[in-house]
Design a protein around this ligand. Structure first.
Ligand code: THG
Length: 291
């Protein structure tokens, strides 16, 4: 599993300050620590960056390259900023993301072809958010037809089914799992990814890590090939690196079997209860662990 660190992200106040005021040390520290913690990519989320996008992208890449050699995922809807990033990074860059609309695909796929770079194919069409796993499959199939028109290798695409918060959109959390169950059969040569922390947005802070980790391990069972994750969640990284086989095996078992909670430790019980929430078997509430 390829781990993409999410922490250089303009939605965070401190990072926004560092980007606006060009305080390079704050961003460099996160880049260094993300690599130390085991990230394989860094997501550079500068938001829509309407005015300053290309300059901001150029500055960030330059200061990250002073201290860190991880490949970058260029996370912005500003096409000019993406182009600057591609010019600097070439084929080791990843575009985050290309939306599944004619306009965006036709604008950006030529750059994928030119630089032979990876890209995230966001399963968001002109009709808006997909409503279930079948709409996700249809949008991805349409995207792939476009990719073939341009003669782009399927190995460069990372489809993102769009993860939504379990607190507000529990049925969409289930739909993404259902989509991943079909993925390998429908798109055998393509990769997959997701913005994992979206799933716990709006949930209690003390639940967020647990929800994120459980969901990642569930999607992993169906072959999820990468994810944008919190580079400071040491527990999550340990599970993915194979250092917590007991937790991984418990989550995978709980997905297919009724588990007797009585014989489990509190930590194990919490993971199993979270599986049931993310499968839609129990309804999410902030107090679900206590029930
Ligand atoms: N798909 C793709 N790219 C994406 C997303 C996606 N990029 C952005 C986002 N979604 C993934 N990145 C994050 C980064 C942070 C958080 C969620 C997703 C987050 N942060 C906490 C918050 O804002 O409350 C904590 C911030 C902090 O540390 O203070 O939730 O879906 N292709």
């Amino acid at each position: 599993m390829i781990l993409i660190g999410e922490n250089i992200n303009i939605m965070n106040k401190k990072i926004k300050f560092a980007m606006v005021e060009r305080k390079k040390e704050i961003i460099q520290k996160i880049a260094i620590e993300s690599k130390e913690n085991g990230m394989n990519f860094l997501d550079i989320n500068i938001g829509p960056a309407r005015k300053d996008g290309p300059f901001l992208m150029e500055w960030i890449i330059k200061i990250i390259r002073e201290v860190c050699d991880l490949p970058l995922s260029l996370d912005t809807t500003n096409i000019e900023a993406i182009k600057v990033g591609l010019e600097m990074e070439g084929e080791r860059a990843m575009i985050n993301s290309i939306q599944a609309t004619e306009e965006r695909m036709e604008e950006l796929l030529p750059f994928v072809k030119k630089y032979n770079c990876k890209f995230i194919g966001l399963l968001l069409s002109k009709e808006g958010m997909p409503r279930d796993e079948n709409e996700r499959g249809a949008i991805a199939a349409n995207f792939l037809a476009k990719i073939d028109e341009y003669g782009i290798s399927h190995s460069l695409v990372y489809f993102d089914p769009i993860v939504l918060p379990v607190r507000f959109q529990q049925e969409q959390v289930v739909a993404v799992i259902e989509f991943m169950k079909m993925f390998k059969e429908l798109f055998p040569d393509c990769n997959s990814t997701c913005g994992l922390s979206n799933v716990s947005n709006g949930a209690l802070n003390e639940l967020r890590g647990l929800i994120n980790r459980t969901y990642l391990v569930m999607l992993w069972k169906y072959g999820l090939s990468s994810a944008i994750v919190d580079a400071y969640d040491k527990e999550l990284i340990a599970i993915i690196k194979g250092e917590k086989e007991n937790i991984k095996n418990l989550i995978w078992k709980a997905m297919d079997n009724e588990i007797d909670l009585k014989g489990l430790s509190e930590e194990e019980r919490n993971y199993v209860k979270t599986v049931y929430i993310l499968q839609g078997k129990s309804i999410y509430s902030d107090s679900y662990l206590k029930l």
